[in-house]
Design a protein around this ligand. Structure first.
Ligand SMILES: Cc1ncc(COP(=O)(O)OP(=O)(O)O)c(N)n1
Ligand SMILES: Cc1ncsc1CCOP(=O)(O)O
Ligand SMILES: [Mg+2]
Length: 212
């Protein structure tokens, strides 16, 4: 089963990114998406190599944001692709069947297309406004998740869905009640001064109904 908590990295420099990712891993995150925007190819590659080693040390899943070819080059566990990034079916043809491919969705039609094209998980959002990302798609709110997850059920569309965008601890229970698999968060973990406690609290809520 995919982890129910994804950490999306932040930081304007290689050093800040590595610090933030290391802190998140140390505090218990076991899924990292490296998101390093508007950087040179060399710096992104340098960071990715270091993050790969860190994730291996912590036995964490390592996903590269946006850059399919970088994900392939460094043999990351997978890639996350947005609606304007490389198409999911093209990425599948390049990465093969063993790598994880995540796709962004804002509607049930996006989810349906991604499933048809061989996507492994969905990042559905934004839940609410967030300053972490520019040019947000329409905000879904709780009712948006409820509607989309109901439509998925009705149409028998099965794929793990992660809620994303401005999520806080108190959003987790109501979001999980809509039928999502988990959450992808950046700000709350990066900014937390008590990361271990926060991640424990998030995981308690995320895994509350999982029978082991
Ligand atoms: C898990 C997850 N879901 C959605 C996104 C957003 O991807 P995208 O729309 O391509 O935006 P950027 O992150 O590239 O700015 C994501 N990264 N992860
Ligand atoms: C990458 C991304 N895509 C939609 S919202 C978002 C940012 C998530 O970060 P945060 O948890 O800080 O809102
Ligand atoms: Mg993208």
């Amino acid at each position: 089963m995919y982890s129910k908590l994804q950490y999306i990295s932040q930081g304007e420099t290689i050093e800040t990114q590595l610090y933030n990712i290391h802190q998140a891993l140390d505090a218990g995150c076991n899924w990292v998406q490296m998101r390093f925007k508007n950087q040179t190819a060399q710096d992104t590659f340098t960071l990715a190599e270091a993050v790969k080693l860190l994730c291996e040390e912590y036995l964490a899943t390592f996903i590269v944001n946006d850059d399919l070819h970088l994900a392939k080059r460094i043999a990351a566990d997978g890639v996350h692709l947005g609606l304007t990034d490389t198409k999911i079916d093209e990425a599948r043809a390049i990465l093969g069947s063993t790598k994880i491919i995540g796709g962004t969705a804002n509607t049930v039609e996006d989810i349906h297309n991604h499933v048809q094209n061989g996507c492994d998980y969905i990042g559905l959002g934004p839940f609410r406004f967030t300053a972490t990302k520019e040019k947000l798609s329409p905000i879904l709110g709780l009712s948006g998740y409820f509607d989309i997850l109901q439509k998925m059920k009705k149409n028998k569309i099965e794929i793990p869905v992660y809620a994303i965008g401005g999520i806080t601890l108190r959003d987790v229970n109501p979001l999980m009640e809509t039928g999502i698999h988990g959450i992808a968060v950046s700000g709350i973990i990066t900014e937390s001064l008590e990361k271990k406690i926060l991640i424990q609290q998030l995981n308690e809520k995320l895994y509350a109904n999982v029978i082991v």
